[in-house]
Design a protein around this ligand. Structure first.
Ligand SMILES: Cc1cc2nc3c(=O)[nH]c(=O)nc-3n(C[C@H](O)[C@H](O)[C@H](O)COP(=O)(O)OP(=O)(O)OC[C@H]3O[C@@H](n4cnc5c(N)ncnc54)[C@H](O)[C@@H]3O)c2cc1C
Length: 302
């Protein structure tokens, strides 16, 4: 009975449409296949977004190019002078369990831990979360707050850009159809604290109604640098720049954090949908900005 409901959801068969499957062993080989097959081919990582869209026939690729045999994309490492490197094929649970992240950017491991459920965290990847570009995705806000850069490799070579410039709209990014996102780099920085707070309608397995990330540099109670990134309240993750400007150069106080929250709420452009009204989201931004700033400030480390 359950099986029948599953394959007949909404009166439509839920089988995957036919496709060709490629499993290259290097990024160069994968890019060559993508270039050769044209826009009808798609990259497959964990498949937690793509396969669902295919079942619903929202996308019908003629071919899938899997990254599963490209082992170099699954590493987490640190390179002196460059920063902490997250391979695009790292799963969310790889982030949750990474000693390097625990030592340097616990906030990223915590953001990954707030995602989905254990099964999805075991197969969903960093690259998939970014390229899918859903406005409520959990990794972009904290990675942008930490100044992360992404590397895209295509048949013509490699380019690196700030993650902040990667998203262009819901489900839209600057990546070309024959490019692969290979890694995310969190550069070395003076940040003294960072955090991501997600508000979902359930404690687990829920998408963010609002997500707020903050990264700060605080010296002797004065805020030297601040980055605040809001998720799920605009077509892409956005920086709350006016709130950041209000903070920099000022001593930490409750009033200052409250003002930053109000400025962030003014800056966001939420919509009303099934999960929350625009008004409710805006008020959440005010409260969560204040809260995430306070947590980041109190950490005294990243
Ligand atoms: C039940 C459920 C709960 C979820 N909960 C959350 C949640 O709480 N928070 C959240 O943020 N997300 C959530 N998601 C969404 C999803 O799990 C994540 O976005 C995940 O990180 C996607 O990664 P993937 O490897 O499965 O991507 P895939 O489905 O394999 O790919 C997604 C897209 O990215 C492209 N792509 C993947 N990797 C690359 C690459 N390296 N280079 C170029 N293109 C690439 C694919 O072609 C495809 O277009 C949930 C999904 C499900 C099914």
């Amino acid at each position: 009975m359950r099986m029948v409901r599953f394959i007949r959801e909404g009166g439509k068969a839920m089988y995957l449409p036919d496709f060709n499957y490629y499993c290259p062993h290097s990024v160069q080989e994968a890019c060559a296949i993508l270039a050769d097959l044209g826009a009808g081919a798609k990259v497959l990582a964990g498949g937690t977004d793509l396969l669902i869209k295919m079942k619903h026939e929202l996308v019908v690729p003629k071919a899938l190019v899997s990254l599963k045999n490209i082992r170099s994309l699954a590493d987490i490492g640190y390179v002196e002078g460059k920063g902490l490197i997250l391979g695009a094929r790292c799963t969310h649970n790889d982030l949750v369990n990474s000693t390097l992240l625990h030592q340097r950017y616990l906030s990223v491991a915590e953001a990954a831990h707030q995602m989905a459920n254990n099964q999805i965290r075991n197969i969903g990847t960093v690259g998939g979360n970014l390229v899918n570009a859903v406005p409520s995705a959990d990794l972009p806000p904290i990675l942008i707050a930490l100044g992360a850069q992404v590397t895209l490799v295509g048949p013509g070579g490699e380019r690196t850009l700030p993650l902040e410039q990667f998203f262009t709209g819901p489900g839209q990014t600057v990546i070309a159809h024959d490019e692969i996102l290979t890694e995310v780099v969190i550069p070395d920085q003076s940040t003294t604290g960072s955090t991501y707070i997600k508000f979902g309608l359930r404690r687990s397995g829920a998408l963010a109604v609002v997500g707020v990330a903050a990264a700060v540099t605080v010296v002797e109670r004065v805020i030297r640098e601040a980055r605040i990134v809001l998720g799920a309240v605009a077509p892409t993750p956005i920086r709350a720049r006016e709130a950041e400007e209000r903070l920099v150069g000022n001593a930490v106080s409750t009033e200052l954090l409250e003002e930053a929250g109000i400025r962030a709420a003014t800056a966001c452009k939420p919509i009303s949908d099934i999960r929350a009204s625009a008004e409710y989201r805006r008020d959440l931004v005010r409260v969560l900005t204040k809260r995430s700033l306070r947590r980041a400030i109190e950490q005294g480390h990243v």
